[in-house]
Ligand binder design. Sequence first.
Ligand code: ADP
Length: 656
Amino acid sequence: MISSVLIANRGEIACRVIRTAKRLGIRTVAVHSEADRDALFVRMADEAHPIGPPEPRDSYLRIDRIVEAARLSSVEAIHPGYGFLSERAEFAEACAENGIVFVGPPASAIRAMGLKDAAKALVAAAGVPVVPGYHGSRQEAEFLRQKAYEIGYPVLIKAVAGGGGKGMRRVDKAIDFEAALGSAQREAASAFGDSRVLVEKYVLSPRHIEMQIFGDSHGEVVHLFERDCSLQRRHQKVIEEAPAPGMSAEMRDAMGRAAVEAGRSVGYVGAGTVEFIADAREGLRPDRFFFMEMNTRLQVEHPVTEAITGFDLVELQFRVASGEPLPFGQADVAAHGHAVEARLYAEDPEREFLPSTAKLWALRLPEGDDVRVDTGVVEGDTVTPFYDPMIAKVIARGPDREAALDRLAAALRDTVVAGPKTNAAFLRELCLAPDFRAGRFDTGFIDQNLKALSTAPRGTTERAVTLGAMKLLDAEGRAPPPHGWPASPWDATDAFQIVGSREQILPILVDGTRSDVGLSWPDGKLEIAYESARARFSDRAELGRDAVFAPGPDGFFVLEAGRQTLVAPFDPFAIDLEHLDAGDSIAAPMHGKLVAVFVAPGDRVEKGQRLAIVEAMKMEHGLVAPRDGEVAEILAEAGAQVAEGARLITLAPVGE
Ligand code: ADP
């Protein structure tokens, strides 16, 4: 068995690999970017080496620096995790050249599966069903359109070098083909440096079902059952489970054999995943699934397989990489119960799932016998724009699917995150969605049900504001505890009784916007009014009953039903009064990079005009003028990293 390993990754997967390594007595070495200097995985490792600036291309994608760190720390092996360099054949080769064990398949297998067209041809030759389509090398629009016609609409155009759903377009009619082809090719060229595409049949009622396989260096390849990853948004997995609902033993057998065959065809060693798309129009059928691609690494969703099989996949990876044979054969693999994983993200479902990078002012992740949480952050850490904004994976299991989904829903309800917005409430709604629970779903489920899943912007929760205001008063000692809050501040100083419902106005900031709440003491109990909400408080215990509070910047986050509202005291001197009107300033919507500024001080702009672009998580967000006016100041330069909420451009006040 290897005795030391460097983890060429970060975040939750680095922590997860380190955990198993420690249990096995393997010395662990972390490599980290400047942004991750104090990260949990760095603290967990026995040793850590800085490898460069935050941007992945300068750190986590630098093969030379990582191999150098491995040599300096004289480790025997490198575990690549997922993402980053995990599927780069050159990385596996660089390890081999330096006498380091790569915890993964041989470079040749990575290469064989790296391009979708070649992988398809290879597995088709091994007798594995592939989606009907054109996987050849010709790329002329006219030729591909003819192929699409022969395949029959709807078709899917896919980048040959694709990944992460990029360069993928569904086309329903011949007339739309050319435009879709052009945009898929452009996206593929910019994302992968390779514009080539393939065209295949768009499978109707598609279910994404993948098989976990494992090979050893003695020629054995087995499968560890399937995972269903059909709940997706923009072709990205959101919830994964094992086993797949509605999967018969016969189909599992057929898919398992196909997956093992695909692995054998490339001499696979280690953990791999063979992804299939199933046509579920008439339920799952053994003759209606097709190979999509193979991922030659550990998968994000591997914990659901661990939960039902009882294996530690990272331990198996270490054993196989050490040259040991798999400690079991296909007949020994059994599944028990059901497991579901949800990916908890720092993103805002009410703003089209925009990444919501910010400091984690509060982070309380669920625990319990049948709940597993894999995370790489702790309270006080910051979710930065440099990496995937996943906060944690929450995995629940139970004797059956219903029990597992119930436990996951409960775990998500008990999850407390303040600072970044999260998809916790959205995930919980998914767990509870009747059609999903009944097994009536395909990969279109989330898109078709977006409205019902409460992703529409809902504005401020009025009740949360009243609770937040109460909490502020309590914290400042303005509401007189501990005997409850029966009296008004006036009562406390003199015996003068105010007749009628006279209100005191308390100025506050609600999510950064100036607001007022009204305080009054009808029948001696404090009442706080905000918009149409009125809340009465007679004792402190009431406060904690409906909401969770977390201290935030200046004030408190009120967390209620998966939403957060930040309520802070309004301090007129702390605020730049000149720019109080949001209409005068344009702020960064999230942490990111200011990639372009299109205006200069003195320019006249029109409402809605694009003024600048901020890039975060590889997505561009245009910043537009909130009104007609003149640019007063530009407060950041193109190329600069900007913090969420930072003012970037101001307009001259009206009338100047
Ligand atoms: P990527 O490598 O970009 O992630 P995949 O080939 O793995 O792309 O496909 C991603 C998702 O796109 C699948 O999970 C599935 O939801 C959908 N998809 C892919 N191929 C098809 C197809 N032929 N028909 C219908 N949906 C498909």
